[in-house]
Design a protein around this ligand. Sequence first.
Ligand code: MRU
Length: 435
Amino acid sequence: MACRKANIRAGNGREPSHGSRRSSVVPESYAPTPKLCIFAAPPVTTQPALPSLRPTLQLLGRCGLTWDQTRLPFERIRLRLESAAACANAIASMQVRGAPLIGAVAALGMALALTEALESAPGAAIAPGLLDACATPLLAARPTAVNLAWAVARVRAAVEASVAEAAADHDRAQRGVEAAWAEAAAIVEADIRVNLAIGRHGREVLLRAQPRNPHPERRLQILTHCNAGALATVDWGTATAPLYLLHASGVALHVWVDETRPRNQGASLTACELGAAGIAHTVIADNAGGLLMMHGAVDAVIVGCDRVCANGDVINKIGTYLKALAAHAHNVPFWVACPSSTIDRATPSGLAAEIEERGERELTHIRGIPEAGFADGTGAAMRPIEVRIMSEGQRIRNPGFDITPARWVSGLITEFGVVPAHQALSVLDNAGRSH
Ligand code: MRU
């Protein structure tokens, strides 16, 4: 995709001016020393290759076909999204999650909602009130990923434009519904292209990562948090798209996968995805990243995001901020992969954004399969159960996302190229987008 201004760099081999070439705050004694490095030769993957889950979302007529992500990795359950309510519910319950996928499912939900409204009231006019009624349950499903509101607004605008053009009332309704479906399909298809473009720019960026710990058999060592993978998008992922491309071009690669408490999207989803692709990876506890960076075992961090604010602050899964601080302390580049649809002109800074507060049960319980099988001896060994991990009555606080200030971000890797985080809005300006 062409860049329209010089400040967006299409993987041109240079570092951003304020990015990874910054002075480290780590005392000299903590700089990585090869002889001390216990992580110099990362393990290669020994997991058997799993069937791929890609693409994550397919549109089949009036149905969206996807995976129920609350059941992964233990069960591969197909989810059919055939009503607007099913779309809103899938987003709210996190059966589908990840900012771009939430946007794509919300677009499908808008097309379904309009179709259902006009089927239940034939002859009704497509008026603002009707479109509000279609949009409201979807917009309420989850607050943080700006892609949701972006996709709903895009479908709505397409409907309004087509209605304005049509003559008779009947034509208007028909044209409006067709426009909604066409826009939803365009959003789904574009997501694949956009992520692939992010992958190409991100591949160049990661190839330039300075090896922290030169070793004859070393692999490029990347750390990622949460799941910004194909499962968080229609396909490719944002943070994982460069990893898929690097792997496909034969680059020796190893990925540290943050477990990502409390919902474990890293351990459950990213590890599953990378395993299916045959990419060497190791799951680590969220708190292990700092030690790995101290030992020179991380060449670069790459994460996705749910919202880039106007000043470049990045809102992503809880725990991202601490990784950015550790990366800064150890002079490790910290990249954020995001489509332009994640950049939010309307939110001036991270502190102005709504951060999703999630339920207590995500902390008080953990989900898994009993190693010894089920007591009833049914052999349903892949059926996950939840177990309590703390005593009852604990006070719980569970923010789902955190804010990484723009200054700790080495750059945003977008479909248009790489841009310093504080210039996030230039991506929208150059693309001629007012929102
Ligand atoms: O709560 P989740 O699982 O929806 O959170 C997902 C993330 O934080 C991802 O990093 C983000 O949505 C980017 S996905 C390409």
